[in-house]
Design a protein around this ligand. Structure first.
Ligand code: NAP
Length: 253
């Protein structure tokens, strides 16, 4: 694709983990990528990796749960990188606790980032997509959308993200915009490393435990999720919309 028609993508939570993997993959696919995270300085590593490989990237600091910051971030991308027509809502957090111990704050914080975040980001970006009669939205869900002990807040937001995605597909399809969700199972990132810490296990032991349960015999890597996102945001995926693709090394029960 020529420089003038280069697609512009925003990937949230892209300073590290799965988001960094997605940003690097979309840049390798030829897109200019806005690497968005809470702290702009933290995006430098991902931006550098993209630039070192010959790609184009912009570091953007914003809290996706705050409407003003999300709106300003999308506008900044449009001015400095080009009108965004690809949005990957990846930023997400956990605040795990069994229901009887879960605080209002744990519930509200997770809902704000995981559910409100994709809503405000998508609302801000969709005008560029409908303006160009082309757009791709991918929301990162989780296998926990199907229910997971200790994650009432997180599971509710991820199931919510899937309903949000299907609604986007129905509302925006006539503008050439697709919306899909990708639901990873265990991916090796800081999020799962923190899970090991809270279970008082080494990360290696946690990975070994999950590897035995996952049909393909290993845990996932950010690149596994990025490959699925790459397909869904690509030119060829225009007839795939409103779907949830679990990237889980096997079927989920
Ligand atoms: P991670 O390693 O914890 O990275 C998440 C990134 O999102 C961090 O850079 C974080 O910034 C950023 N972030 C957090 N809150 C934000 C906000 N309000 N605004 C902007 N950025 C924010 O997580 P991950 O494992 O890569 O997970 C990425 C996505 O995949 C999440 O939606 C998660 O729910 C989902 N997922 C992960 C797994 C897994 O096994 N890892 C499985 C299923 C689904 P800070 O570092 O500054 O906090």
């Amino acid at each position: 694709m020529s420089q003038e028609t280069q697609r512009v993508a925003i990937v949230t939570g892209a300073a590290r983990g799965i988001g960094a993997g997605i940003a690097i993959r979309l840049a390798a696919d030829g897109m200019a990528v806005a690497v968005l995270d809470l702290n702009e300085a933290d995006c430098a590593g991902t931006v550098k990796e993209i630039e070192n490989a010959g790609g184009k990237a912009l570091a953007v600091g914003a809290d996706v749960s705050k409407t003003d910051e999300a709106n300003a971030a999308v506008e900044r991308v449009a001015v400095e990188l080009g009108e965004p027509t690809v949005l990957v809502n990846n930023a997400g957090i956990t605040r795990d606790a069994m229901l009887f111990k879960m605080t209002d704050e744990q519930w509200d914080t997770v809902v704000a980032v995981n559910l409100r975040g994709p809503f405000v980001m998508t609302r801000a970006a969709q005008k560029y997509m409908s303006g160009q009669k082309w757009g791709r939205i991918v929301n990162i869900s989780s296998s926990s959308a199907l229910g997971n002990r200790g994650q009432a807040n997180y599971a509710a937001t991820k199931a919510g993200v899937e309903g949000f995605t299907k609604t986007l597909a129905k509302e925006l399809g006539k503008f050439g915009i697709t919306a899909n969700a990708v639901g990873p199972h265990f991916i090796a990132t800081d999020m799962t490393a923190n899970m090991a810490t809270s279970l008082k296990m080494s990360f290696e032991d946690l990975v070994a435990t999950y590897s035995k349960q996952i049909p393909v015999g290993r845990v996932g890597q950010p690149a596994d999720v990025a490959a699925a996102v790459s397909f869904l945001v690509g030119e060829d995926a225009g007839f795939v919309s409103g779907q949830v693709l679990y990237v889980a090394g096997g079927p989920l029960n």
